[in-house]
Design a protein around this ligand. Structure first.
Ligand SMILES: [Fe+2]
Ligand SMILES: [Fe+2]
Length: 226
């Protein structure tokens, strides 16, 4: 089953959308826009002034508040995780049996390199040094991916099934992280940072979707016949 279809709020049409079919990605982009616009427009003129000064205040206190510190900490955590993911993709792409999966992993390795540079841009934008903080979660997931691959036969489609499931565990970890970070960035008034994080979030979701497609279109069936 397509994992995206399992998330009800992503597919549930709003009242104005009920009669029109909107492609899922457009729908999502619209919702994100609405979410951000709600932050911008859900204010009376007086409230707007108050909120602007609140935002300024938050910016000047950047990383001094508990939430600001938490945000920075989480960015250092995902910066470490992305570096580990890049290393893992560089190894694992050679282990895939089907060409389609090899290509998807190679593409995601390049995307991951860009995401690392994007995180460095974010640290710079926040006036912070790009630092890594050890992330036990990603170390654990990647260790499990390695073991799953080792336990399958070289050149088999079952190995591709293992690589896809392992990679999707990684993608879901990233989606959860970036999804939360986008919202915290908006709360802290870091609009530009929120946009950058959202670009990465979209890339992770696209990769997850592509992996599901590869599995459902042929890899699972080919593995079932081994
Ligand atoms: Fe990533
Ligand atoms: Fe990813």
């Amino acid at each position: 089953m397509d994992q995206k279809d399992k998330t009800p709020e992503k597919n549930a049409p709003s009242k104005s959308e009920e009669s029109t079919v909107i492609p899922m990605e457009d729908n999502k982009a619209d919702k994100n826009k609405i979410k951000k616009e709600a932050v911008k427009t859900d204010e009376s003129d007086t409230e707007k002034g108050e909120n602007n000064s609140k935002q300024q205040n938050m910016k000047s206190k950047n990383n001094q508040t508990d939430l600001g510190k938490f945000f920075l900490d989480a960015l250092q955590d995902i910066y470490y995780a992305e570096a580990k993911i890049e290393e893992s993709l560089a190894k694992i792409k050679h282990k895939a049996t089907s060409e389609e999966l090899q290509e998807a992993l190679e593409d995601h390795e390049l995307v991951t390199k860009k995401q690392i540079l994007r995180l460095e841009k974010i640290f710079k934008h926040l006036g912070e040094e790009a630092k890594k903080k050890k992330c036990d979660a990603i170390d654990g997931i990647l260790k499990e991916v390695d073991e799953m691959v080792k336990n399958t036969e070289d050149g088999s489609m079952t190995r591709d099934v293992a690589i896809i499931i392992g990679s999707q565990k990684v993608e879901h970890y990233e989606i959860a992280t970036y999804g939360g970070l986008v919202q915290i960035a908006i709360t802290l008034g870091h609009e530009k940072v929120a946009d950058l994080l959202e670009t990465t979030l979209d890339e992770e979701e696209e990769t997850d979707f592509l992996l599901t497609e590869i599995a459902e279109e042929h890899v699972n069936f080919d593995a079932a016949e081994e």
